[in-house]
Design a protein around this ligand. Sequence first.
Ligand code: NAG
Length: 184
Amino acid sequence: MATPTSSSTSTTNVFFLLSSLFVLLVAYSISRQSPYRETKLVLYVQDYLGGPDATCAVVGGKRGPDSSALDFGTVVVTDDLLTEGPEPESAPLGRAQGLYANSALDGKGIHMAFSLVFTGGPYNGSTLEVQGSDYYLVKAREFGVVSGTGHFRFARGYGVMETVWLDLNALRGVLKFTITVRHS
Ligand SMILES: *[C@@H]1O[C@H](CO)[C@@H](O)[C@H](O)[C@H]1NC(C)=O
């Protein structure tokens, strides 16, 4: 026979169980609804390793600072202009600042690790961290976007890089980046 005390304890237990389930259900549906926001952006990288207005410098390689960026082992520091359109005169969005390392024995692949530092446009003040492989003779290649700041906190995503034009003798080119990132 249940006493009034044990009956109220079991009512409390049932209430506690139901409210815990409710909290779990709400937490589950919130996490299912909006785990992230997604941003897609297109920008152009004015990539000049050669010429009087070069924005990249070879810092080392198998032949020291005279190494070719097209040879395995060469490390390049870059500060390339980012633009809204393919022309260098189009609206500036920021700079691609970081490193390229030629990391394919045949010289045809680059490991990229740089920041897209936005100083104009809708993401002014934010950054994205690009890390990935660039087989530059391939027309379109995919790379990883590993993190970000500002608008892009907790970012993770990918980009597709297309060569708009590339002059391997002059070591100059323009690249189109189409990036998709999920972020907080
Ligand atoms: C970018 O943001 C900085 C800092 O808020 C500001 O001074 C600058 O004018 C902005 N640039 C553009 C092009 O909006």
